[in-house]
Design a protein around this ligand. Structure first.
Ligand code: UD2
Length: 310
């Protein structure tokens, strides 16, 4: 049994991760301010302790790190929306970067003997770089406060690790989808919005011609990837794309999802969003070398997702 800290553990990815860790028999401590997440996403198990708290509270975070002897730390708490980060750049910086650097600093200063710390970054760091597939060493072009802080924090995580001998690693999520993804904002993940449209029999606004592509990865595959990276001793002081390596267009996705649900989605075509990237998919060579291969096709992932909401 390991003791694990999950910041952002009440959110979409975080709460699914907590369930997986619980299943693995770990003791989990969640810190989440519920700005995006929901307390109801969390299990009532006595092995899960939940602190409704911001990670920006240094005294609280330091106290927690010194009190608990964490084996593993997953850093997921963030302002998770690019649009939000553009509206609140300084707050984004405090949450997405500063609070995480403070955690690293506490580990360094007090020589906390963690087994591994994993930071979750995003494909947003590649910005409008047209190179495909996106390799971890492709040109970085962070264009928003969100992407800038994600990239800078990756560097802090990797270089603190190297400089002070702390086992750290970072991942770049591509388009993650699945149960508990929050469809509340127009900038929520497109599959959470499509799911909501199917559920409520509403029309879906498609921005562009539907030929734009993304690398969609189902949450269960993301959890497998995180587990491999966290437990592989070779995966240290490095960054990994977390994706399937497959490119799917929105049109294909909608066609597949219609088959899953058994009815048509009413699609309204609108002009493309300004700044929208046309194509994105990952080179997953590094992740595969850690032993990863995705178990879910788009069809089986969408089926699981739909079953969880219908
Ligand atoms: C993802 C991330 C974003 C940032 C970006 C970096 C999500 C939810 N967003 O944006 O945070 O990291 O990658 O590249 O993971 N669309 C519609 N109708 C809608 C909503 C979206 O047509 O109602 C389109 C949208 O214009 C885009 C595609 O669907 O072409 C995917 O949109 P998204 O917001 O799910 O993801 P993405 O890759 O643009």
């Amino acid at each position: 049994m390991s003791k694990v800290l999950v910041t952002g553990g009440a959110g979409f990815i975080g709460s699914n991760l907590v369930d997986q860790l619980l299943h693995d028999g770990d003791e989990i401590i969640v810190v989440d301010d519920l700005s995006m997440g929901l307390a109801s996403n969390l299990s009532n198990s006595p092995s899960v302790t939940f602190y409704e708290h911001s990670i920006t509270d240094h005294a609280f975070m330091q106290g927690l790190l010194l009190k608990e002897h964490f084996d593993y730390i997953y850093l997921l708490a963030a302002i998770a929306s690019v649009a939000d980060s553009v509206a609140r750049p300084y707050e984004t910086h405090q949450i997405n970067q500063e609070a995480n650097v403070f955690i690293l600093e506490t580990i360094r200063q007090y020589k906390l003997p963690i087994k591994k710390l994993l930071f979750t970054s995003s494909a947003a760091v590649y910005g409008n770089n047209p190179e495909l597939p996106k390799r971890e060493d492709s040109t970085i072009d962070p264009l928003t406060p969100y992407a800038i802080d994600k990239f800078a924090t990756e560097r802090f995580v990797i270089d603190y690790g190297k400089l002070y001998n702390i086992p750290t690693v970072a991942v770049r999520f591509f388009n993650v989808y699945g149960p508990r993804q929050n469809p509340k904002s127009p900038y929520s993940g497109v599959l959470s919005l499509i799911t909501q449209c199917f559920k409520n029999n509403q029309g879906f606004s498609l921005f562009g011609d539907g030929e734009q592509t993304r690398d969609f990865i189902f949450i269960q595959d993301v959890l497998s990837a995180l587990h491999l990276i966290m437990t592989n001793n070779q995966a240290v002081h490095d960054v990994y794309n977390v994706a399937t390596g497959k490119q799917s267009s929105l049109r294909t996705i909608i066609a597949d999802y219609q088959k899953v649900v058994g009815r048509a989605l009413n699609v309204e075509y609108l002009p493309a969003r300004s700044g929208d990237i046309v194509h994105s998919y990952a080179d997953t060579t590094k992740l595969k070398a850690s032993g990863f291969s995705p178990k879910y096709t788009l069809f089986s992932g969408l089926s699981s997702y739909w079953m969880s909401v219908s």
